[in-house]
Design a binder for this molecule. Structure first.
Ligand SMILES: NC(=O)c1ccc[n+]([C@@H]2O[C@H](COP(=O)([O-])OP(=O)(O)OC[C@H]3O[C@@H](n4cnc5c(N)ncnc54)[C@H](OP(=O)(O)O)[C@@H]3O)[C@@H](O)[C@H]2O)c1
Length: 265
């Protein structure tokens, strides 16, 4: 039986993917960091889940042991993943020096190493006679360096780079890679404050999670490699193309510094 695996299924965008996939009658493997959050999600969506098979697994993406356990469980239960939605991610905002080594390592472990390693492990387990789709959620923050949010932006650039490369490596095989770059999504209080502090630009960049999930799934269906989600974000992406990374970093840095000052960073 084929399954769609969604990482970070209990988060804002993860829930949107879960809802749409369940409505589309896809069997689901939902992962997250907490048993309790996963049980709550099962309870909340029980009506949607009544006609499909849904499995939940706790998996800290930053832990190699957890990733190994997840793929071993999938294999021993005889499940086949045919669509992987790499949605889980950690944001880290502020100047580099204010973070502990552990905080910096965690963002890199979850956003980069964990996402890549899980993708690799599931690619190895795939049924080569059938289509295997990889949808990865990066961010518009991947498009240029962002001072005061440097590590997060760099982890998302890593995802864009690696998933685009893999798309070429797997050409001719039944594997597709689509990466989506959303702008702001008001998924929690911190994100709401962040979007608000950006003024009109923040408001225009902000997209509803269901809309981002729909854009992402449409991009996946159309075999798009890279998609910026939202009209305003697409426009910003387009007009920023002729400028140097240094210029963009300087201006993005000013914007973020101002926004963080408003939020008392
Ligand atoms: N919100 C935005 O403005 C925005 C903009 C651009 C891109 N994005 C990206 O969109 C994706 C979804 O973000 P969101 O806004 O929906 O954030 P969210 O509500 O905070 O959800 C993040 C998800 O990541 C999971 N996660 C965090 N640490 C993890 C770990 N160590 N192992 C496994 N899972 C972990 C969380 O799982 P648990 O809930 O189980 O802890 C949570 O479900 C992320 O990749 C984010 O970077 C967000």
């Amino acid at each position: 039986m084929n399954y769609t695996l969604i990482t970070g299924a209990c988060g804002g965008l993860g829930r949107a993917f879960t809802e749409l996939a369940a409505k589309n009658k896809e069997n689901l493997i939902l992962t997250g960091t907490s048993e309790k959050k996963l049980s709550t999600l099962l309870e909340e969506f029980k009506n949607l889940f009544s006609e499909i098979s849904v499995k939940t697994y706790v998996c800290d993406l930053g832990s190699l042991k957890d990733r190994e356990e997840l793929v071993n469980n999938i294999s021993s239960e005889g499940l086949t993943v045919s669509r992987l939605i790499n949605n889980a991610g950690v944001i880290l905002e502020g100047d580099l020096e204010r973070f502990s080594d552990a905080e910096i390592m965690n963002v890199i472990q979850v956003n980069c190493i964990g996402t890549l390693d899980l993708t690799k492990k599931l690619l190895r387990q795939r049924n080569k006679d059938e289509l295997f789709e990889v949808l990865t959620i990066a961010s518009v923050a991947a498009s240029y360096p962002i001072p005061h949010m440097a590590v997060y932006a760099a982890t998302k650039s890593f995802l864009v780079s690696i998933m685009t490369s893999l798309g070429e490596e797997f050409k001719g095989q039944k594997v597709t890679f689509t990466t989506v770059l959303p702008g702001g999504m008001a998924t929690n209080e911190a994100m709401k404050q962040s979007i608000k502090s950006m003024g009109l630009g923040g408001k225009l960049s902000c997209t509803d999670t269901i809309k981002v999930a729909k854009i992402s799934l449409m991009a996946l269906k159309r075999r798009k490699v890279l998609v910026v989600a939202g009209g305003f974000n697409k426009f910003l992406d387009f007009i920023s193309k002729p400028f140097s990374k240094k210029f963009l970093a300087k201006n993005a840095g000013k914007l973020w510094k101002k926004s963080q000052k408003k939020r008392g960073f």
